[in-house]
Design a protein around this ligand. Structure first.
Ligand code: UP5
Ligand code: MG
Length: 200
């Protein structure tokens, strides 16, 4: 029996670009499983009193990137759990990863033979809009990084470390870009055009 390799779409864009919001809409309409690397890290931080928990906590507050070994372990576990529950569910939206060269190399090392990356779904949004959305959310999100100080660092990390990953994929013609500064519905319109094309 041949098991199909999981198919992965990396979902990237600045903090507050709408990755999570759009992924929720995508899974309602298309057969993908949404895995947010940030959500997995926040969950892991909550449940462990381990060294990892503290490290994750610090990285998130500082807008810095958690060592890839930790993130990959969480992603692999989540992918395996999803496929164990339903073997047909082998298409994944991996949201907020890979954020830098170290992430990408870690992924390639661990996952090159295990999964196929289709493309990067890139939610392109200007910094000001990103910051305003996160500050607005910060009024009620309880996220330790939805404040001006953390946001400055998150934007900086995104520009310095994550943008080059997107550019690298662009050179391979593996980026699907969406203007993410518009309304949720307008952004989802553009997203559907991409996913409908894949299905046909
Ligand atoms: N909103 C969404 N879309 C909107 C629209 N079109 N118009 C108006 N408002 C819109 O949306 C953010 C807010 O904006 C919400 O209030 C939403 O209603 C509104 P959301 O969909 O949550 O945006 P998203 O892009 O998911 O924003 P998020 O804050 O999650 O992005 P980040 O990339 O900053 O956060 P993430 O959780 O991915 O990572 C957090 C931290 O974890 C990182 O900084 C890093 O320290 C760590 N991390 C790693 O180290 N490694 C990883 O691999 C992943 C994370
Ligand atoms: Mg998110």
């Amino acid at each position: 029996l041949r098991v199909m390799k999981p198919l992965v779409v990396f979902v990237l864009g600045g903090p507050g670009a709408g990755k999570g919001t759009q992924c929720e809409r995508i899974v309602q309409k298309y057969s993908y499983t949404h895995l947010s690397a940030g959500d997995l890290l926040r969950e892991e931080r909550k449940k462990s009193n381990s060294q990892d928990g503290e490290l994750i906590d610090k990285c998130i507050k500082e807008g810095a990137i958690v060592p890839v070994e930790i993130t990959i372990r969480l992603l692999q576990r989540a992918m395996n759990e999803a496929m164990k529950a339903d073997a047909q569910k082998n298409k994944f939206l991996i949201d907020g990863f890979p954020r830098n060269e170290d992430n990408l190399q870690g992924w390639n090392k661990a996952m090159n033979d295990e999964a196929d990356v289709a493309y990067i779904l890139f939610f392109d949004c200007d910094d000001e809009t990103c910051i305003n959305r996160c500050l607005e959310r910060g009024k009620s999100s309880g996220r330790t990084d939805d404040n001006r100080e953390s946001l400055k660092k998150r934007i900086q990390t995104y520009q310095q470390s994550t943008k080059p990953i997107i550019e690298q994929y662009q050179k391979m013609n593996k980026v699907r870009r969406v203007d993410a500064s518009r309304s949720v519905d307008q952004v989802f319109e553009a997203v559907q055009k991409i996913f409908d094309k894949d299905a046909s």
